[in-house]
Design a protein around this ligand. Structure first.
Ligand SMILES: *[C@@H]1O[C@H](CO)[C@@H](O)[C@H](O)[C@H]1NC(C)=O
Ligand SMILES: *[C@@H]1O[C@H](CO)[C@@H](O)[C@H](O)[C@H]1NC(C)=O
Ligand SMILES: *[C@@H]1O[C@H](CO)[C@@H](O)[C@H](O)[C@H]1NC(C)=O
Length: 373
């Protein structure tokens, strides 16, 4: 097969935030499956300091991949990030401030301004499709899964600003876009999805104590594998019936705090229980104190466990932000994306997928190996 001529027909793409968790997995999916002729990664973090695993490092060294450093909040820097003599067909936006505990203006810049800058540039260079990763935390629903067109009441800073992005993408002339709202994303490279839950499990293993959790096992914490997120991004980009649409990306597990904690407990061979209504109700009125106590309880022992196994530096942390500890359900309807023919490779969250994450962390020497069975 004449590789060069088939390559010419394959799309050129830009992945914004390509060094991040979802971004690096999208890069890997497109390169591993030979789907692109050219791939530009834009990120403010260089790959060398992004804690890539070995496979992702190799992918990033592929000759089709080019890295460009940019601060996408800055319009000039953003414009440079898009400047190219190559044809860019698709732009995937996985960039945005996700670090917890920032102020509202920081999220406004790091999410709203960033996405709108990028969408405008994408329209300027006439791309076929702009895919925006939004947030699944657009409302809390306990009884019925949320559909894409249900009324919204975003319950995290990120979701609040992403909702504004969703609304304002409509007003950008000549922009063909699709919005994806992921549930909790897990998989290799995860630091903020299910990772903190795993790290907390390890902390209780280290302490030799029962893992105590807020609220109840029934708290919906729906999930999706990062590889399915990457596949879904590509799936929507290569179609026109997805233009202007919003899709939840969520597996069929209907994961809950209970189902996830059961797997974490099995992985670390620990017991778990819930604080029950007394403390959890107290938490409602004094969430600051409770969150501080919960995080303090975990941070020290985590550092200790890392030290013990000779880990001096790890990007992983058991810290859970206050807004993610509220009694808010992440319960998303699965059907809209499946109805247009998307199939999930990971329809159920299973313990083995979490074990793969642990093994990957251990291989990178960022997780205490002696706590992983
Ligand atoms: C979602 O948000 C709206 C407010 O926009 C609220 O009225 C509604 O009850 C919420 N819940 C669900 C499940 O839609
Ligand atoms: C949008 O695209 C049309 C047709 O390609 C073009 O005539 C028009 O100038 C574009 N508008 C903007 C604002 O770029
Ligand atoms: C897009 O989908 C069509 C089929 O609908 C397929 O033939 C084509 O190879 C796909 N293109 C890419 C870039 O995936």
């Amino acid at each position: 097969m004449a590789t060069s001529s088939t390559n010419e027909k394959k799309p050129g793409v830009i992945i914004l935030g390509g060094c991040g968790f979802i971004g690096r997995n999208l890069v890997a999916y497109l390169i591993d499956n030979k789907l692109v002729s050219y791939l530009r990664i834009v990120d403010k973090v260089p790959p060398q300091t992004a804690w890539l695993n070995k496979h992702h490092q190799e992918i990033f060294d592929n000759p089709l991949v080019e890295f460009k450093s940019a601060n996408l909040i800055n319009p000039t820097s953003c414009q440079n990030a898009f400047a190219s003599d190559k044809t860019i067909d698709f732009v995937f936006n996985c960039a945005g401030e996700i670090k917890s505990g920032q102020t509202d203006p920081v999220y406004r810049e790091g999410i709203y301004k960033l996405s709108i800058n990028c969408a405008q540039q994408a329209a300027n260079i006439g791309v076929k499709h702009f895919v925006e990763i939004s947030s699944g935390n657009m409302n809390s629903s306990e009884k019925a899964p949320l559909r894409e067109d249900d009324p919204t009441e975003p319950w995290t800073f990120v979701a609040k600003h992403k909702l504004q992005v969703e609304n304002d993408l409509k007003n950008i002339p000549n922009l063909s876009y699709t919005i994806l709202r992921p549930a909790i994303v897990y998989g290799l490279g995860d630091k903020s999805g299910l990772a903190p839950r795993l790290i907390i499990g390890a902390v209780y293993k280290h302490l030799g104590e029962m893992m105590k959790l807020l609220w109840s096992p029934g708290l919906h914490m729906n999930t999706v594998h990062v590889k399915d997120v990457a596949r879904a991004m590509w799936f929507v980009a290569n179609r026109t019936d997805t233009i202007g649409q919003i899709y939840n990306i969520v597996d069929d597990s209907d994961s809950t705090q209970g189902s996830i904690s059961a797997m974490v407990s099995e992985l670390f061979n620990i017991n778990h229980d819930y604080w029950g209504t007394a403390l959890s109700t107290l938490a409602k009125t004094d969430m600051n104190t409770v969150v501080e106590e919960v995080n303090d309880k975990h941070m020290g022992p985590w550092a200790e466990a890392c030290n013990k196994d000779g880990i001096e530096n790890s990007p992983l942390s058991p810290y859970i932000d206050q807004e993610l500890l509220y009694n808010k359900h992440l319960y998303l309807h699965t059907k809209k994306l499946s109805n247009i023919g998307f199939h999930y490779d990971y329809p159920k969250l299973i313990k083995d997928a979490l074990k793969d994450m642990l093994d990957d962390y251990v291989s990178m020497k960022i997780f205490p190996h002696s706590l992983v069975i």
